[in-house]
Structures are given as structure tokens and as C-alpha cells.
Design a protein around this ligand. Structure first.
Ligand code: AMP
Ligand code: GLY
Length: 423
């Protein structure tokens, strides 16, 4: 099946690698892709907001499957546009429509969804500028730390955690006043949950689902989980405590009610659900939903999937996931991100990357890279993810860090403590 994949990150390189090994996928096009995807697929330049160009491309290249990697085009309804187009009735799409993507696109919508379907989450209050006083009262009458979340998409930056009530009140005013633009016109104030964070992923066709390997992400730029939040500086899979009775608890209290809740609400959800969870004591709570796979989580999740992922995706997009099993490797995977100096703030692009061919026992997934002539240059904040696999975490990390040491570009920055907390 000829396939068009949207996205340009390490996640999309990981999709491309799984698709290259799939019996179900023929020609693969990635838009815009990166230097890594260009070795496995044909990169093309289509804007997801230029629907006419997307449609023309789908027709001219006889695309039958469209897979949408990032959240923005999902939240903006690209999947609906394609599915509702009578001239593209032969095309199947993986990725929810705007109604389902709202689980990620609106924190307030996600909170209401969880309340409606009894899914465990932090206590909260939704605040808009006209209800500022109510928000300030809520802060005054609860104990810190305070979690303030911009309702809309804010490129992973829209959550503030503030210790004292006075600063929380000030930040609430700032947010409602446009700190994150329109994304923070509405703010969710949430109870602070203390525990260990981890992520669970499913692939669903709206009725049936398969559970993918779980992962733990390292979000802060600095070692010891310090400094600014990033898109993720590393990830490991599996997560040691996600087993047996706790795993069952996540399935019973989070996954099942989510899939059934979407159906009950009349939302036809076909795609990945990424559950951002926190283990408080021995109970899981949902911190956030994402309507897509994670990055860099995908770079540890997909390498552990032994089943044909392309086939699973085609089945899901055809609403035929029922009866499908997923086979998962017992190996441990660890990914470490090589970032540009300065990320997640200002950084430079265009630095030549050396040593890519010398990495022996790890997989190098490209994120912000581009080919220019014979060279591969940095082209983003997160540049590469290096995934090592082993029978234990230690071995996986060693392979990943050995790979990292054979690569160099000016300003290369990475955390040396990925996975250490789990050893
Ligand atoms: P989110 O974008 O919702 O995943 O939030 C970003 C980060 O803020 C999460 O990864 C957590 O570390 C933290 N966070 C969000 N909500 C809470 C909460 N209710 N309690 C504690 N930490 C939270
Ligand atoms: N690594 C977190 C995310 O993809 O949202």
C-alpha cells in the first residue's frame, strides 16, 4: 500500500524504519521528513494546511494510507478532511479527527472527558478571564504546589508548576492575559500529584485496541531532572513497575474507560492514544492525553514491537483490529537525544554532523537533520535519538551512549543520566 506519512521528527524516522520492514507498506513518502527518513522513503514538501496540494499528491502517487504523526494537523482536522472527501473514499487514514484529537488539543475537554467516564485524574478548576476571582479563591483555598495548564496546544510549554499561592495567582493572571497566546485564554488549575511518571500507548480502531510497549520519558534539559522542559531528552522501555496487577489497574481504570468513553461520546477514534500517567502510591492517574505517539518514546517503543507494525496500522485504519495480537520483545530499549547547544531556548542550525556511519551497535534516529550535498547538517533543537537495545537496561544504555560518543557536531548536548533512576 502506498503511504504518505506526515512529520519530521525522530518519531517519523522510527515509523519509516518500521514501515520499511513491513509487508503491508509499498512506496513510502514522508512530508517533510528529515535526512534519516530520506534513506528509507521519499521526502516530499507538502504543507498539511494546504489541503489542495495534499489531495493532488494523494491522487497522483496513488496513496492508499495516510499516517499523521504530529498533533497539530490532527487537532486541525486533516484526518477529517481526507476521510470526508468523496474523491478520496479509497484512502484510509491513521490518526483521529479533530473531535478525538481534542483530548490533546484542549486540556479542559480532556478533564471533562475523564470526569464523565470516571477516569482517575487530579482535581481541577477551569478558569477564564471572567472567572479570575474564582480561580484566585481556588488557589487561596488549596495547598501548593499549583499546576497551571494552558488549555490549548502550546508546544509542550503550556504547563507551569508554582510553589506558592501568590506566584500562582500572578501566573494565572499572566496566562489569562495571553502568556501563551490564545492557548491560555482558558486555564486548568490542577491539584499537584506526587509520584512516578510513565507513558502507555495504544493503537485503536475505535472499538478494539492493542497495547504497545510502555515508556518513561526524561523531559527536562538538565541532568537530575533540572532546568527547562523540552520535548524529551531520552526514553526507556519497559518501565519496571508496569506489570501484573498494576498493569491490570491501568487497563481497567484508564485504557478501557477511555476507549469505551470515546465510543459512547460518538467520537470515532482511529489512531494512537498516548496516556501520560503518574503512579501515586499504587494507583495510576492520567496527567495528560496525547492523540499521537510520543517523541522520543516512539524510538524505544517501536524497536520492541516484533509484529508487523505496518499491518497493525493498516488493520486499525480499516477498523479491523479485532483479533490482532501484538508481539513484544523482552529486550530493553534506551534512547538518548543529541540536542543543539541552547535548546530548548535559542540555538543555531546548520552544524555538520560527523561519525554517523561509525555507530555500530545502536540505531540512530534522525530528528532535526537535513542533507545538503554530501553532508548531514543539524536542522533543529533535537537532532538525533540514539537507541540501544539489550537484555537489561545497563546494556541498552551502554550501546546508546557508546553510539553517542562516536558522533559529533559543534555544540552537541545530551544528558548523561538517562535511565539511571531505574538501574
Ligand atoms: P503535561 O503537558 O500535561 O504533560 O504536563 C507537563 C508536565 O507537568 C508533566 O510531565 C508533569 O511532570 C507535570 N504535571 C502536569 N500535571 C501535573 C500534576 N497534576 N501533578 C504533578 N505534576 C504535573
Ligand atoms: N515526549 C513527550 C511527547 O512526545 O509529548
Amino acid at each position: 500500500m502506498n503511504t504518505l506519512l506526515f512529520g519530521s521528527g525522530g518519531r517519523e524516522h522510527a515509523f519509516s524504519l518500521s514501515f520499511a520492514n513491513s509487508r503491508s507498506i509499498d512506496q513510502l513518502y514522508v512530508t517533510p521528513g528529515n535526512a534519516g527518513t530520506s534513506t528509507l522513503a521519499t521526502n516530499v514538501n507538502l504543507s498539511p494546511t494546504d489541503y489542495d496540494a495534499v489531495k493532488k499528491f494523494i491522487i497522483s502517487r496513488e496513496i492508499h494510507l495516510v499516517v499523521i504523526g504530529p498533533e497539530a494537523p490532527l487537532v486541525n482536522g486533516l484526518a477529517d478532511q481526507i476521510s470526508e472527501d468523496s474523491e478520496l473514499s479509497h484512502v484510509i487514514v491513521l490518526g483521529p479527527g479533530a473531535a478525538g484529537a481534542k483530548l490533546e488539543g484542549s486540556k479542559a475537554f480532556a478533564k471533562e472527558f475523564m470526569a464523565r467516564h470516571n477516569i482517575p485524574n487530579a482535581a481541577y478548576l477551569e478558569v477564564t478571564a471572567d472567572k479570575l476571582e474564582k480561580g484566585l479563591d481556588y488557589i487561596k483555598n488549596t495547598r501548593g504546589p499549583y499546576v497551571l495548564k494552558a488549555d490549548g496546544l502550546a508546544a509542550g510549554k503550556g504547563v507551569l508548576i508554582v510553589d506558592d499561592a501568590e506566584s500562582a495567582g500572578r501566573e494565572l493572571k499572566n496566562m489569562l492575559g495571553g502568556k501563551f497566546g490564545r492557548a491560555s485564554e482558558k486555564v486548568v488549575i490542577e491539584e499537584f500529584l506526587e509520584g512516578v511518571e510513565f507513558s502507555v500507548f495504544i493503537l485503536t480502531d475505535g472499538s478494539d485496541y492493542v497495547i504497545l510497549p510502555e515508556a518513561k520519558d526524561y523531559k527536562r534539559i538538565g541532568e537530575g531532572d533540572t532546568g527547562l522542559n523540552t520535548g524529551g531528552m531520552g526514553a526507556v522501555s519497559p518501565v519496571p513497575f508496569f506489570r501484573d496487577s498494576f498493569r491490570k489497574k491501568v487497563i481497567d481504570t484508564v485504557i478501557e474507560p477511555t476507549v469505551k468513553g470515546l465510543k459512547k461520546d460518538g467520537i470515532d477514534y482511529c489512531g494512537f492514544v498516548f496516556f501520560g500517567l503518574i503512579k501515586v502510591g499504587d494507583d495510576p492517574f492520567v496527567i495528560e492525553y496525547n492523540c499521537r505517539m510520543g517523541d522520543p518514546e516512539t524510538q524505544v517503543v517501536f524497536p520492541r514491537i516484533q509484529s508487523d507494525l505496518g499491518e497493525l496500522i493498516v488493520r486499525a485504519a480499516k477498523r479491523q483490529l479485532g483479533g490482532m495480537d501484538i508481539s513484544i520483545s523482552n529486550l530493553v530499549a534506551a534512547a538518548v537525544i543529541a540536542a543543539s547547544e541552547g535548546y530548548p531556548e535559542k540555538y543555531e542550525k546548520g552544524k555538520a554532523i560527523a561519525g554517523l556511519d561509525t555507530v555500530k551497535n545502536a540505531t540512530v534516529f534522525h530528528a532535526g537533520t537535513k542533507s545538503v550535498g554530501d553532508e548531514i547538517l543539524t536542522n533543529g533543537g533535537r537532532v538525533l535519538a540514539i537507541t540501544g537495545m539489550g537484555t537489561g537496561l545497563q546494556e541498552a544504555l551502554k550501546k546508546s551512549y557508546d553510539g553517542m560518543r562516536s558522533i559529533c557536531f559543534e555544540g552537541i548536548t545530551y544528558r548523561r543520566d538517562i535511565g539511571k533512576d531505574l538501574l
